[in-house]
Design a protein around this ligand. Structure first.
Ligand SMILES: Cc1cc2nc3c(=O)[nH]c(=O)nc-3n(C[C@H](O)[C@H](O)[C@H](O)COP(=O)(O)OP(=O)(O)OC[C@H]3O[C@@H](n4cnc5c(N)ncnc54)[C@H](O)[C@@H]3O)c2cc1C
Ligand code: FES
Length: 359
């Protein structure tokens, strides 16, 4: 197993593809949920709300999973992730059940679009809707906004079964009393007898939106939880007139048996010119292979994680030509207009294309 690297393997890993992290501390946060703190996380640049992609390697085979970063870059905290144990889960059980302090973990670095906009200073309010382990990326975002954006009022609506299963329960309460003006938390527990407030529902959501006059132009929404929970929230927010570009979701749920929704309008063979740190590589994409699959066949290593258009790990910028996406659950209209594309679900159409790395 290479998730927990032996010292010999540690020496052999190529620097440019993977970062090797060492577990410095493990914290039991709640039932089946642990925080992993790394002591060499400074090698990874990240933004609040992003995730780390971890890699389990056996020979040429790789299994990748993403875990949201729970530390905040503005607080100088050591890099940390939060992991919930999934029954029968390959990766999460490896981490929660067997990982120990001092173990090495392989990562391809940080990625993701569940982050703050560059013009965050123009906003006045942020609503965060989290359910269960969906608090992981939101915890990093909340700590960052409280410290870096004092003009913003935050509302956290956080659903769990009970206090015992609520990740970061006391840390969040401490933050709420320290930043009493800026942070307002509503914990919802499905185990309580008042069914009206046990789960987030349409009426309760409307009640939260009536707590103040929230200007659609200066209010942001972030949600992370089960798909049906996020669907209900997004539907309601859109119905209330909040623009789609102000609503971000992070979907943890795997859809590995993924079927593209349609066939590209052009299935001809086209070339990709990939510009990477002063070098360029050219390869063909033959339908039904995606850009990512075609690069892998040419032994060109590109970033990826979910491979289903959900996480954003594989995003590159298309600076010339046109890319058709068979699925996109992560890039907003604005990001698409800026030329961002997802290689795992992307096919060049109507000619050749030029791609560049986003950062
Ligand atoms: C962008 C992104 C960020 C993520 N951040 C986090 C995070 O911060 N913390 C965290 O714990 N996880 C996070 N995840 C989920 C994580 O990447 C794994 O999918 C999860 O740990 C399960 O992997 P596994 O190998 O243990 O299970 P697998 O071996 O892949 O799956 C085993 C079984 O469990 C089911 N299953 C898998 N995931 C779930 C789930 N979430 N709920 C219910 N059933 C499931 C599968 O369908 C399968 O039947 C994130 C995922 C994405 C895409
Ligand atoms: S690898 Fe997740 S969106 Fe492409």
């Amino acid at each position: 197993m290479i998730l927990l690297l032996s010292s010999a393997m540690h020496e052999e890993m190529p620097d440019n593809l993977y970062k090797i992290l060492t577990i410095q501390r493990i914290i039991d946060e709640a039932e089946d949920f642990k925080t992993f703190i790394f002591n060499d996380g400074h090698q990874i640049n990240y933004l609040p709300g992003q995730f780390l992609t971890l890699v389990h390697k056996t020979g040429a085979e790789e299994i990748r999973r993403s875990y949201s970063i729970t530390s905040s870059p503005v607080l100088n905290e050591p890099l940390s992730i939060g992991v919930k144990r999934i029954a029968n889960g390959f990766f999460s059980r490896k981490l929660v059940d067997t990982a120990r302090v001092g173990d090495f973990i392989l990562s391809t670095g940080a990625a993701g679009f569940f982050r703050l906009p560059e013009n965050i200073h123009l906003y006045q309010t942020i609503f965060f809707f989290a359910a269960g382990s969906g608090i992981a990326p939101i915890y990093s975002l909340i700590k960052t906004v409280l410290h870096a954006c004092p003009q913003i009022r935050i509302f956290l609506i956080y659903s769990n079964q009970s206090v015992q299963t609520t990740v970061f329960y006391s840390s969040l309460q401490q933050l709420e009393s320290r930043f009493a003006e800026n942070l307002h938390i509503h914990f919802l527990f499905s185990s309580i007898s008042d069914l009206r407030r046990a789960r987030l529902n349409r009426e309760l959501l409307l009640e939260f939106l009536m707590m103040g006059r929230f200007d659609p132009d200066t209010t942001l929404f972030y949600t992370c939880g089960p798909p049906s929970y996020m669907r209900m929230i997004i539907f309601m927010l859109r119905e209330q007139g909040f623009p789609g570009d102000h609503i971000k979701k992070e979907d943890f749920n795997p859809a590995r048996a993924f079927k593209p929704r349609a066939i590209p309008p052009d299935t001809g063979t086209h070339y990709v010119n990939l510009e990477l740190q002063g070098h360029s590589r050219r390869f063909s994409v033959i339908y039904p292979d995606t850009i990512l699959k075609s690069a892998q066949k040419q032994k060109i290593s590109l970033p990826y994680s979910c491979e289903t258009g959900k996480c954003g790990s594989c995003a590159l910028r298309c600076v010339s030509g046109e890319v058709w996406l068979s699925n996109n659950e992560v890039l907003t209209e604005k990001e698409l207009k800026q030329g961002l594309i997802l290689t795992c679900v992307g096919h060049p159409v109507n000619g050749d294309i030029v791609l560049q790395f986003e950062y």
